[in-house]
Design a protein. Structure first.
Length: 153
């Protein structure tokens, strides 16, 4: 049985509030993205969601598709995760146990989850950049790990 729209909205808002709390508490990126996917899975039902990054290895993508097929799952949705200025962060992949396409309401939920994932990833990237600048301001210089220690000449 499907929930009423107001129940879906309450659940969605509660989930978003929990995500904001996790972000402000400094939770790790994978943990927050897992929460986004879990909330989406619960809202849509009978799906499995995951976030793939552009630098994921080709064999990883192949293994995911193969594993999904082994368990009788079919591709349900593949949505790009984009920043406000259209920078590509990755994709929100969804697999379903029944071959079907998302309803209009499910598409709205998927778009909302992709938007939340983009905000989380963007926040994470800004935190990393801030750490880099903090090191620079304290007298350290950015160096590649392959460069070795600075010379003392």
């Amino acid at each position: 049985m499907y929930r009423l729209e107001s129940d879906n909205l309450k659940t969605l808002l509660a989930g978003e509030g929990q995500l904001l709390e996790m972000i402000s508490a400094g939770a790790p990126l994978p943990q927050i993205l897992d929460r986004v996917c879990s909330a989406l899975d619960m809202q849509v039902g009978n799906v499995v969601s995951l976030v793939l990054f552009p630098d994921d290895e080709e064999h990883t993508l192949h293994n995911i598709a193969h594993s999904a097929a082994e368990f009788g799952l079919t591709a349900f949705s593949c949505t790009p995760i984009l920043s406000e200025d259209a920078k590509f962060f990755g994709t929100l992949e969804m697999y379903c146990c029944v071959s079907r396409v998302p309803t209009r309401g499910e598409c709205e939920l998927i778009d909302r989850a992709a938007h939340l994932a983009a905000l989380v990833i963007q926040h994470h990237n800004h935190e990393l950049e801030a750490e880099d600048w903090s090191l620079d301001l304290n007298g350290a210089t950015r160096r590649s790990p392959c460069e070795g220690p600075p010379s003392s000449n």
